[in-house]
Design a protein around this ligand. Sequence first.
Ligand code: AMP
Ligand code: MG
Length: 403
Amino acid sequence: MRPFTSTIPLAEARALLTAGVKPIARTERVALADAAGRVAAAEVSSEIAVPPFSRSAMDGYAVIAADTIGATRERPVRLRIVERIYTGQLPSQAVEAGSCAEIATGAPLPDGADAVIMVEETGGGAGGEQVDLFAPAAPGQNVGRRGADMSPGDRVVGCGDLLNPSRVGALAAIGCGEIELFERPRVAILSTGNEVIEPGRRLGPGQIFDVNRFTLSAVVTAHGGRPERHPPAQDTLEGLETALTACRGADLIVFSGGSSVGERDLIVDLIARRGTMIFHGIAVKPGKPTAFATADGVPFFGMPGNPTSCLSNAYILLVPFLRATARLPLYAPRTVRVPLARRIVSPAGRHQFYTVRLHDGAAHPAFKGSGEITSLSRADGYIEIPADQSTIDEGASVEVTLF
Ligand code: AMP
Ligand code: MG
């Protein structure tokens, strides 16, 4: 056994992680339909005006505003209808004094007209040759001017912008069918342990199903990474070295298991051969036996084997690291403030992430143990208990970070 010589505080681990981020540099062209949630790798400017032509914003009548002065329900202004303009077609003639054109929302405004009166403020026009206007129109009323939204040359997205739904919409509006994006970081995920086998197979004596590969893949996918799955590796230095070699090309490598101090916990030896240890052991609970290193020149997380420890640290440490690598903005989970249903005790000297369930407006302890995945799967979120605090009393107001 090789005990931890020391652990580092959470804040220090976070600072070392931040310093170890290499934001992704590779880019790729992606169809706009697949671009949502991704990060633009180049500025995109409009080559067209949006809208590309002046158009009606209402179903109604395209008029010359000056013709409509003084119109009321009692004393309507009567105009001659010269044509009916539908969307996707061009007007065939100009509107002149005393005339108008019936027009649909989104149809091009005819020459001469400078306003649209909505159909609700007119009478007698449907199917007829003339229409009565019950209200005057101001110049520009109900008209969407050519270029009012965007002009040629306007910047639509900048390099590094996250493509949220509205930005994808703006790109669609300028006709951009493909866009240059930063690649999603490739994240190699690998479970270690002689006892670990893949779900779907038959469990033999002493074996357990691999949980961590699935929790880690889900987290990586949700936060902008591309998980690359590898089969579980055996607890031998050769097994781990072969597994590490298979991770070539990844931007980030995440192993789980083998990072604590049991005699078979060989992550330390692996890193000694293939990289540089940056830290090993964090003063958190769960998740103390977590390592961060470079291996074959690539950032490497050695996560605890215990599924709750592994997933907890994935949320707390891996997510910010991955998002920074992917150039995604910081992730701020939602929080709620509620009273604690039952007193809890936390070990001194370790920053604890204590899972809770929300029920009847209170936070109920849900933490069973680091090895129990249900500590998390039956919880709604967690509360944080700083290293210098050891109890929280029943009824105390706590902030719950929601999953
Ligand atoms: P280790 O960190 O390798 O010492 O593992 C700690 C505990 O977590 C042991 O009970 C392992 O069997 C268990 N464990 C390790 N890896 C996994 C995994 N991928 N899925 C589920 N449990 C695991
Ligand atoms: Mg193990």
